[in-house]
Design a protein around this ligand. Structure first.
Ligand SMILES: [Ca+2]
Ligand SMILES: [Ca+2]
Ligand SMILES: [Ca+2]
Length: 217
């Protein structure tokens, strides 16, 4: 009896492997505007742009992120992509995309900027223009993050809450997140349709945001 169950398990495993040549790719989108405020009493204010989708299939094999942010002085910003399967305390994985990058003298805004581990250059080493280009994430990361490589998320389930976390660390200029998009490739067969509509919760997850803030002291 136990042998036959094991045989079924192996057969399913091979079926799954045969299907990976056509991987599922999901595109999740968030529409702002979401204000990115200045620090208050020297404490940076974290803002969260959340997209919840608990129906995504499979484990992550690649993640890319595209941002549209208006900000006169982007050097003020720390930007993270965060993911959690449940939204619970201690379940969030933060990957840093942008770490107070200096850029060139006249660089402002992050318009249609894509972060992709497979890009040629980190945004930290680009001084001419950022807009409409694709970069590797920041060359360094802060203590909130566990990595500056999106591939750190590979192997995790794709479902859950995807959040762009923004933090302005300098007084004087504020900004606005207009939108962001996360493209997630998984090991699920592409034949599996995206179940249900993409749910845009936006600020509807304020309770979860409060939990995350509390965790940060
Ligand atoms: Ca920083
Ligand atoms: Ca990639
Ligand atoms: Ca600022």
């Amino acid at each position: 009896m136990r042998k036959s169950i094991a045989s079924i398990g192996i057969a399913m495993l091979f079926f799954g492997m045969a299907s990976t040549s056509t991987a599922a790719i999901y595109t999740l989108s968030y529409s702002g505007p979401l204000d990115i405020p200045d620090p208050v009493n020297n404490d940076a204010v974290y803002v969260y742009a959340d997209i919840a989708n608990f129906s995504l299939q499979g484990s992550i094999t690649d993640v890319n992120v595209t941002l549209d942010i208006a900000h006169y002085w982007p050097q003020d910003l720390d930007i993270y992509l965060a993911h959690s399967l449940t939204g619970g305390v201690g379940t969030w994985t933060y990957v840093q995309l942008f770490n107070n990058e200096v850029g060139g003298a006249f660089i402002s805004d992050l318009k249609n900027v894509t972060f992709d581990d497979q890009a040629g250059t980190s945004i930290s080493f680009e001084y001419d223009s950022w807009n409409d280009l694709t970069f590797k994430p920041a060359s360094s990361f802060d203590e909130d993050a566990v990595s500056n490589q999106l591939s750190f998320l590979n192997g995790d389930p794709a479902a859950g809450i995807w959040s762009l976390v923004l933090c302005d660390t300098g007084v004087g200029d504020t900004g606005i997140l207009q939108s962001f998009q996360v493209d997630i490739e998984t090991d699920a067969p592409a034949a599996v349709p995206l179940p249900g509509a993409v749910v845009l919760l936006g600020s509807g997850l304020s309770g979860l945001a409060a939990i995350r803030r509390a965790r940060r002291k």
